[in-house]
Ligand binder design. Structure first.
Ligand SMILES: CC(C)(COP(=O)(O)OP(=O)(O)OC[C@H]1O[C@@H](n2cnc3c(N)ncnc32)[C@H](O)[C@@H]1OP(=O)(O)O)[C@@H](O)C(=O)NCCC(=O)NCCS
Length: 112
């Protein structure tokens, strides 16, 4: 975590809800692009927390375009990205450790 926090290519923040840790959100450089990623405690899903956290990260990180990759069947994450202005930019394949298999991912891009 110290290495991650010291990296100039990574912006990592805890997401707080009413003063309690609710998840994390980050941007990071990968393959010449800057991507965003986030996780929210399952008990807190559906309350707009990821959408708000992403809005705050977008204020903090001026890099554009910004990219995001989400499993093509991750409707919640895709909705968060769409609500935040990200547009579909293609699909790809990625190994998902949580599923222990290669999956199709949607690639989204924010230009402004
Ligand atoms: C994806 C994730 C971050 C969303 O967090 P959240 O705080 O619940 O998100 P929000 O409440 O801000 O917004 C979720 C939106 O998705 C919608 N949604 C959630 N599940 C959905 C589903 N199965 N089908 C359609 N829409 C869905 C919600 O209705 C909401 O949209 P709305 O505001 O238009 O109603 C959270 O589910 C998570 O941490 N998942 C595991 C990690 C992950 O997938 N991270 C993203 C990797 S790219």
């Amino acid at each position: 975590m110290a290495t991650v926090r010291a990296s100039p290519d990574i912006t990592l923040r805890a997401v707080l809800c009413n003063g309690h840790l609710a998840g994390n959100i980050a941007s990071f450089a990968s393959g010449g692009q800057t991507e965003v990623t986030y996780w929210i405690d399952r008990a807190l899903w559906g309350k707009g927390i990821a959408t708000r956290a992403l809005a705050l990260l977008l204020e903090l990180v001026p890099t554009r375009p910004l990219y995001a990759r989400a499993a093509s069947d991750n409707a919640g994450s895709l909705r968060v990205l769409q609500k935040s202005g990200f547009k579909a930019a293609g699909t790809g394949k990625s190994f998902a450790a949580g599923r222990n298999q290669e999956i199709e991912v949607a690639i989204l891009r924010l230009d402004t």
